[in-house]
Write a protein that binds this ligand. Structure first.
Ligand code: SF4
Length: 348
């Protein structure tokens, strides 16, 4: 009995030691990553932006260089989950060869219905250095990507700008796409001038109530619309290239996406009317019906269904009636769970 008790105590002690060792190792790895982040911030000159972060409208003032995290959930060290060819964007972005999509972890918006919530919440992804990111851009170009597609990049803009400069010096020639939920500050978008060719922003809500309910951002519309105005200023006209095989690819311009949500038909109409009255046919508008509930929403029962086919058709008819000519619509449901890529660090 006594021997058995001693054995159990020894086993518990060993377990405790192993756990303490694992915790120390993890802590040492975190410290090493932050050291790299500090070195990079000094080298590329964005130390101040990371020490008191106001990159997005959340304006957390987090000292991300010391490893702290704001609303986006990210420190100053880039974290990304995948860099690979991606075929599910608008046809003029994906083309036949695919778009070179880099999916960044974390998100300053964090909508309750997010289809990529595991990556948006920062649960997956790996640390990536600025140089490593530049190398990933060049590798994607080498694989035949039609563009570099930066997905949810807002909270890493200074790091991405440094990586883009480095990659461009080393021969990156394909267009760069900035793919965002649009909860952005104009000052941050200005850091990208001359580096980004195509802006692919969402305009999700018109009403502050919906923006608050689903994204905790009642100022979403005014903030996002100002950011989009800056994007249009930087890329004021759409330029396309038509290839011999008939593929048409965007080289420059702005495509604003609007994902229709169940029960928000009026909100959608106001968004489309605003975009058309403000920009006419200078921008492209992508009207999306791919909303799919990824789980059961107890607090948002209205989100537990997809958008009806008729409701979507009525929205498309409305867009045509008010004169939108440059647009993309989705035929049939494209929202299968299998469209969510694997967040396994591919390409990083
Ligand atoms: S980027 Fe992140 S830390 Fe910076 S203000 Fe936005 S949410 Fe806060």
């Amino acid at each position: 009995m006594v021997a058995e008790k001693l054995g159990i105590e020894k086993e518990a002690e060993m377990k405790e030691r192993t756990e303490a060792h694992a915790e120390q190792t993890a802590e040492a790895e975190r410290a090493a990553e932050m050291k790299k982040a500090v070195d990079e911030a000094r080298t590329f000159g964005y130390e101040k932006l990371m020490q008191d972060c106001t990159l997005c409208p959340r304006a957390c003032h987090a000292d991300r260089l010391s490893g702290r995290r704001g609303y986006c959930g990210q420190t100053a060290r880039i974290q990304a989950a995948r860099a690979a060819l991606h075929f599910w964007e608008e046809p003029c972005i994906s083309g036949k060869e695919g778009s070179g999509a880099v999916f960044f972890s974390g998100c300053p918006l964090r909508c309750v219905f997010c289809q990529n919530s595991v990556i948006a919440e920062g649960g997956v992804g790996q640390p990536v250095g600025v140089e490593q990111l530049a190398a990933a851009f060049l590798r994607l170009q080498g694989e035949g990507a039609n563009n570099i597609n930066l997905v949810t990049p807002t909270h890493f803009v200074p790091q991405i700008a440094a990586a883009l400069r480095m990659a461009k010096r080393a021969g990156l020639r394909i267009p760069v796409v900035y793919n965002t939920g649009s909860y952005e500050r104009v000052e941050t978008i200005r850091l990208l001038e001359g580096l980004v060719d195509i802006y692919l922003p969402d305009l999700k809500y018109w009403s502050p109530e919906s923006a608050e309910r689903y994204s905790h951002a009642p100022d979403y519309f005014e903030t996002a619309s100002e950011a989009i105005a800056e994007m249009v200023r930087q890329a004021p006209e759409a330029i396309f290239e038509e290839r011999e095989d008939g593929t048409v690819l965007m080289k420059r311009g702005v495509i604003v996406r609007h994902l229709m949500l169940p029960g928000l038909g009026m909100d959608s109409r106001k968004v489309l009317r605003y975009l058309h009255e403000t920009y006419g046919n200078r921008i492209y508008i992508s009207i999306m019906n791919q909303y799919t509930p990824m789980r059961n929403f107890e607090s948002f029962p209205e989100l537990n269904r997809r958008v009806g086919r008729k409701a979507y058709e009525r929205l498309v008819d409305f867009a045509i009636r008010i004169g939108i000519e440059n647009g993309f619509i989705q035929e049939g449901g494209t929202a299968e769970e299998s469209f969510v890529p694997l967040w396994d660090g591919t390409g990083l």
